[in-house]
Design a protein around this ligand. Structure first.
Ligand SMILES: [Zn+2]
Ligand SMILES: [Zn+2]
Length: 283
C-alpha cells in the first residue's frame, strides 16, 4: 500500500461525503487515511454526511476486528467535527440557526444570523438589504407576548420579525401605533413608557418581570431568590459573569443592538478573582 494509492483513495472518496461546505475536508481526509491504515479495502467506497451539525460516517466492515477499529476512528472524527467550522475549518461550536443545528466559528455564525437595521430614511433592512419602508406598512400584528411581529404592506406582502434578532425592539418602537389592532396599542406603547434600569446588564430595558435586553429577571425578595443566592449582590454578580463569559455568543451577536439606552452609573459588581473561581465551576 503506497502513499500514492492512499492519496488516490482519499481524493476518490472525499466526494462521497455529503457536507454543507469544505470546512471539514481535512477531517474527512484524515479519517480516510486512518481507514486505509486500519486495513480497509481501498477498492470499496466510504460514505458519510453531515447530520445535526456532526460528521457521520456510515461505512462499516463485516470483519469484527476491523469494524471495531473503524468505529473508533469514526467516533474520533465525529467528536472533532463538532468543534470545527463546517465552512472554513476554524475552531467552531454547535449552534442553532433557526431550527437547524450546525457547527460554525463565530464569524460564520454571525454572518448567517439575521440583523435588523432601520436607516434614517425609515427603510427597514435585514442583513443590509432593504426589506420595506415604514411608510409602506398597512397593517401590523403582534404575537407571543410581543415577541414576534408581522408587518403587511399595501400590496399584501408580509414580513416576519422576531425578538431573537438584534434591533427588534427598535423596530417595534418605530412602527406607527395606528397600524396595530386597537386592542394591542396600549400594551405596545406601555412597554416603552415604563422601562426600568437593569442592574445586571446596564440597559434601560426592564419590562414587568423581565429584562428585554439580557433576559434576566430583576432581583426580588421572594423565597426563590433568597434561597438560591442569599443576597441580591450574589445574584447580580452571577448574572453579570454569565453575560461577560458569553458562552453562547449572544452578547457578540447583540453588540450593535440599539433598542435600549444605557443606564448611567451602571456597575460591574464581580471581581476578576470571582470570575476565575466561577469559570472553574463552569468549565
Ligand atoms: Zn468559519
Ligand atoms: Zn438586563
Amino acid at each position: 500500500m503506497s502513499e500514492n494509492e492512499i492519496n488516490l483513495f482519499i481524493e476518490r472518496n472525499l466526494t462521497n461525503f455529503s457536507v454543507n461546505s469544505t470546512g471539514w475536508n481535512e477531517l474527512i481526509r484524515k479519517l480516510l487515511y486512518e481507514f486505509a491504515l486500519a486495513g480497509w479495502n481501498m477498492e470499496y467506497r466510504v460514505f458519510g454526511k453531515e447530520k445535526f451539525g456532526e460528521l457521520r460516517c456510515y461505512t462499516y466492515s463485516e470483519d469484527e476486528i476491523l469494524n471495531n477499529k473503524l468505529k473508533n476512528i469514526k467516533d474520533k472524527y465525529s467528536k472533532l467535527s463538532v468543534k470545527t467550522c463546517e465552512i472554513c475549518g476554524s475552531e467552531g461550536k454547535m449552534r442553532a440557526i433557526g431550527s437547524w443545528q450546525t457547527t460554525l466559528c463565530l464569524d460564520h455564525f454571525l454572518e448567517q444570523q439575521p440583523v435588523i437595521e432601520i436607516d434614517d430614511k425609515q427603510n427597514i433592512k435585514r442583513n443590509n438589504e432593504s426589506v420595506l419602508n415604514s411608510k409602506d406598512i398597512a397593517k401590523a400584528e403582534i404575537e407571543y407576548d410581543l415577541q414576534s411581529l408581522w408587518l403587511y404592506t399595501h400590496h399584501e406582502e408580509s414580513f416576519y420579525f422576531s425578538w431573537q434578532e438584534p434591533n427588534y425592539y427598535l423596530l417595534l418602537r418605530s412602527v406607527p401605533l395606528s397600524v396595530f389592532p386597537e386592542e394591542n396599542q396600549n400594551e405596545i406603547s406601555a412597554i416603552f413608557q415604563d422601562l426600568r434600569n437593569c442592574e445586571i446588564c446596564g440597559y434601560k430595558a426592564v419590562h414587568q418581570r423581565n429584562c428585554l435586553r439580557c433576559h434576566h429577571e430583576p432581583w426580588n425578595d421572594s423565597g426563590y431568590f433568597i434561597q438560591d443566592y442569599g443576597e441580591k449582590s450574589n445574584y447580580i454578580k452571577e448574572c453579570q459573569m454569565d453575560i461577560f463569559i458569553d458562552e453562547d455568543d449572544y452578547e457578540k451577536y447583540f453588540k450593535h443592538d440599539r433598542s435600549f439606552e444605557k443606564s448611567p452609573g451602571h456597575q460591574i459588581l464581580f471581581t476578576s478573582e470571582e470570575l476565575s473561581e466561577y469559570e472553574k465551576l463552569l468549565f
